[in-house]
Design a protein around this ligand. Sequence first.
Ligand code: MF3
Ligand code: CO
Ligand code: CO
Length: 258
Amino acid sequence: MISLKNPGQIAKMRDAGKILREVEDEVREKIRPGVSTAELDILAERLIRKHGAIPSSLHYEGYPCSICASINDEVVHGIPSEKRVLREGDIVSIDCTLLLDGWQADSAFTVGVGPISDEAERLIRTTEECFWKGVRQCVIGNRLGDVGHAVEAHARANGFSAIRDFTGHGIGKEMHEDPAVFNYGEPGRGLRLRRGMTLAVEPMIAAGDWHLSVDEDGWCARTVDHSLCAHYEHTIAITEDGYPEILTLPGFNWEAEA
Ligand code: MF3
Ligand code: CO
Ligand code: CO
């Protein structure tokens, strides 16, 4: 079931998104060679709680941490650990979801640890571009197939592949709501977008093939061919006219973009 949000509810999600942005920006600052992903997780949890929010991932279906930290060929759901120390040349995806006053915000980004290869730079840049290609399709009357197609086509045009086994999703009172927001699709197909839909749009893009395997911990998904993967996610709201509001990028202005 798809729940449409009224302006008051979207305002609550905007508040959650603002805090999540602050948390993730602080975590990003700490990323450097020698830092463990457990340190990033502890920092994120502390900041989330300091703002009066709750880390949504912690204990979610048994997940043990407040962020996912996925390194190199890890796609999503990397479990933070003291043993996972970031090294120069790695890329790391940080994905965090929080709950503020009953409303969720979900966002992810990938960064390099110190200098990284040209291909890794290009993968991170392309993944972010895939997000924007998809989000520009998120206007009233368009369909989810338009969004997925835009993401996948941009990945493919750059020689990369969009992950198929994980998707974006509706979001609101729950972290994961309907509909699934696929990172591939056929233009003109799928659910029609309506005002008040709030979605997590999250391209996951592999430098090689999109097939995944899941580690023995039952969580961490990685590419079978061990190619690098990047992830970029924001929570958005489909608004009355024009492009959507990016709830996890407070102050973002489409006019300034164009
Ligand atoms: N933040 C993830 C998403 O984008 C979900 C986190 S899974 C969890 O959908 F297990 F870590 F909670
Ligand atoms: Co997420
Ligand atoms: Co998400």
